[in-house]
Design a protein around this ligand. Structure first.
Ligand code: IPE
Ligand code: IPE
Ligand code: MG
Length: 248
């Protein structure tokens, strides 16, 4: 089991915890370049950060942690970087899946994944199967994921049901639509974190962030620590959320 850092965790008020935290793990390349290294060295370092943050999420008993690992637009990068990232995903899953399982993590994947190699697709499938009955943190890995693509896929599934005569258009509700998203059954994002200074969502969870609190830091992902993660959660606890209503 992963040991917990009690002092750090004690900073978080359990009654003010977000249920669902999503992270845009950005800045690997810039971090590496700043040290005179190749971009891929940044991706390698980023995996270590991910492991530490997942561990913290487990210890905090967070309900859902979603991380952006590869966007539908990231295919536009040079082949060498895309290949490196694909190999890194495989190595990461192969190496970490048992330890995640021992820690009661339930891994899921958001996105298309069918353009990945058959070997990586099998590994994804096996990891999901291995952890499907776990009851701890839901760990969503967004890979070949785009928020627009997810919404279009959901619309296609509903349109197919209409075409089959199983559904009338006027019965399409927000709830029904949500049931077709990759995050079906999960709570919406409460807190969205983006590392490395850019202030944008880059096609991440467009539907699910409707009322999320946003938290940005200049720290590049490889330098992001459990301490900073906890600071984001503490900040979240101080926010006033109105969901369109008035404070009473
Ligand atoms: C995030 O870091 C990881 C992925 C997109 C796969 P980047 O690779 O985007 O690094 P920067 O933002 O170019 O520094
Ligand atoms: C978003 O970061 C995707 C991931 C973190 C996986 P990008 O680096 O691809 O986003 P842009 O290009 O800066 O918007
Ligand atoms: Mg980037």
């Amino acid at each position: 089991m992963w040991e917990s850092d009690g002092d750090l965790l004690a900073r978080v008020d359990k009654n003010k915890m977000p249920r669902h935290v999503a992270i845009i793990m950005d800045g690997n390349g810039r971090w590496a370049n700043g040290l005179g290294l190749l971009r891929n060295a940044g991706h390698l370092a980023g995996v270590k950060t991910l492991k530490n943050i997942l561990k913290t999420a487990v210890n905090l008993k967070l309900e859902v942690l979603t991380v952006y690992a590869f966007s539908t637009e990231n295919w536009k990068r040079p082949h060498s970087e895309v290949d490196f990232l694909m190999n890194l995903f495989s190595e990461y899953l192969e190496r970490e899946k048992l330890e995640m399982h021992e820690n009661n993590v339930r891994i899921k994947f958001l996105g298309r994944t069918e353009d990945f190699s058959p070997a990586l697709q099998n590994l994804i499938h096996d990891s999901i199967e291995l952890m499907k009955n776990n009851t701890g943190v839901i760990f969503n890995v967004a890979a070949d994921y785009g928020g627009q693509d997810e919404i279009v896929r959901a619309a296609q599934k509903l349109a197919q049901r209409v075409a089959n005569g199983e559904l009338s258009p006027e019965n399409i509700s927000t709830q029904l639509f949500e049931n077709e998203l990759d995050t079906a059954g999960q709570p919406p994002v409460d807190l969205l974190i983006r590392t490395s200074g850019d202030l944008r969502v880059s096609n991440f969870l467009l539907w699910q962030v409707a009322y999320a609190e946003f938290w940005f830091t200049d720290t590049p992902w490889p330098s992001f620590t459990p301490e900073e993660f906890v600071s984001a959660l503490v900040d979240f606890g101080k926010r006033t959320r109105r969901f369109g209503a008035l404070n009473t």
